[in-house]
Ligand binder design. Structure first.
Ligand SMILES: Cc1ncc(COP(=O)(O)O)c(C=O)c1O
Length: 372
């Protein structure tokens, strides 16, 4: 039996009746754009994140761009982002006309390195910093906040991979001025299509975001500012409401599976494991190991019917799209090493303990063959 990297079918099979009922509710009400499902989801998601405001939007990339627009970040501004993340973090910076300032990451957590950020902010004035809670582990938010405060920069969380995670007891989503989420189907909380949200403690920013996402409409056909069409569909909100009550349970299962991987892989030569930082609750969107011979290991797993993923094979500063920023190999060595070595093993709440044991066995066999 093949073990996939993720299995959305298993999740949806278990929820099919509830998803059908949600679909019927939306069709019966014909409230496809905004409406009661979106409003209810916003309240429920705000409660999960322990913040007063959630503004649902069309996807995570747009959530990031909207957050920057709400803060009036734009042309001529610099925004600090980690060099190792999904492209959308930096793409959103470009969408508002600003320029990403790449910063290296911490080798243990894969999140932006506060000391590297401090060095970068000594040389540059940035309007905002976007720490990414990569793979489901919150970034070092207190240290980042202190550096940002000293540099006069706002902090916008990219929490697209970390729904429900905690930093020093507090949920992500309320750790910066604004926080951005993606509900892409494979995320820890995913819709049946695209979706996203911005969360915040700040009522004024939330109000501005509500205008921005809907053509700047202050009243029907009255437009207070130039906005966008960046709304969440009623259907997606209804589906997300079905899934939201399961999120903490799914995350707990992800954590248990990650612990099983750590036990199963402990001490294997050439396999790097990083413990989650003690002050953070990692929700394991992905379970990632490091291996210098990563591509060979991935090929071995593939040959044994085990899928795995590389998130991400090229750091942002070396992406062709960012060539105009004139970076070169060696600029962000920790990010570059991560891109060469990371491998995400199968992980999703419905994954069985036996499957984890099989993956660990296949990796153990490979390490023994490689040493022999
Ligand atoms: C770290 C990160 N930021 C932003 C995004 C963008 O989200 P979306 O795909 O919903 O636009 C994603 C996910 O795809 C992501 O993983």
């Amino acid at each position: 039996m093949r073990i996939p990297a993720a299995d959305l079918r298993a999740q949806h099979d278990a929820l099919r009746d509830d998803l059908r009922a949600a679909f019927d509710r939306v069709v019966d009400a014909s409230s496809f754009i905004h409406g009661p499902e979106v409003e209810a989801f916003e309240c429920e998601y705000a409660a999960l994140c322990e913040v007063p405001h959630t503004v649902a939007v069309s996807n995570g990339t747009e959530a990031l761009a909207m957050a920057l627009r709400a803060l009036e970040v734009g042309a001529g501004d610099l925004v600090a982002v980690p060099a190792f993340t999904f492209v959308a973090t930096a793409e959103a910076v470009c969408h508002v006309g600003a320029r990403p300032l790449f910063v290296d990451i911490d080798p243990m957590t894969f999140t932006i390195d506060p000391e590297a950020l401090r060095r970068a902010l000594r040389q540059h004035t940035v309007r905002a910093v976007i720490p990414v809670h990569l793979y489901g582990q919150p970034a070092a938010m207190d240290d980042i906040a202190a550096v940002a405060r000293d540099g006069g920069a706002e902090v916008v969380e990219d929490a697209a991979q970390a729904h429900g995670a905690r930093y020093r007891g507090r949920r992500v989503g309320g750790l910066g001025r604004l926080a951005c989420f993606s509900f892409y189907p494979s995320k820890n909380l995913g819709g049946l299509g695209d979706g996203g949200a911005v969360t915040t403690h700040d009522a004024e920013l939330a109000a501005r975001l509500r205008l921005l996402r809907d053509h700047g409409q202050t009243a029907k056909y009255t437009h207070g500012l130039i906005g966008y069409n960046a709304r969440l569909d009623g259907l997606q909100a209804a589906f997300l409401r079905v899934k939201l009550p399961h999120l903490d349970g799914w995350n707990a299962r992800r954590q248990a599976l990650a612990a099983a991987y750590r036990r199963g892989l402990a001490g294997l030569p050439g396999i790097g494991l990083s413990e989650p930082a003690a002050d953070r609750e990692h929700v394991h969107h992905l379970f990632v190991i490091r291996c210098a011979r990563r591509d060979a290991l991935q090929a071995h797993l593939h040959a044994n019917g085990i899928a795995s993923g590389v998130h991400y094979p090229l750091p942002l500063h070396l992406q062709p799209a960012f060539a105009p920023l004139h970076h070169q190999a060696g600029d962000f060595p920790v990010a570059e090493a991560a891109a060469r070595e990371v491998l995400a093993l199968p992980l999703y709440p419905e994954l069985t303990d036996d499957a984890v044991a099989r993956v660990c066995g296949a990796i153990r066999a490979w390490t023994q063959e490689s040493v022999a």
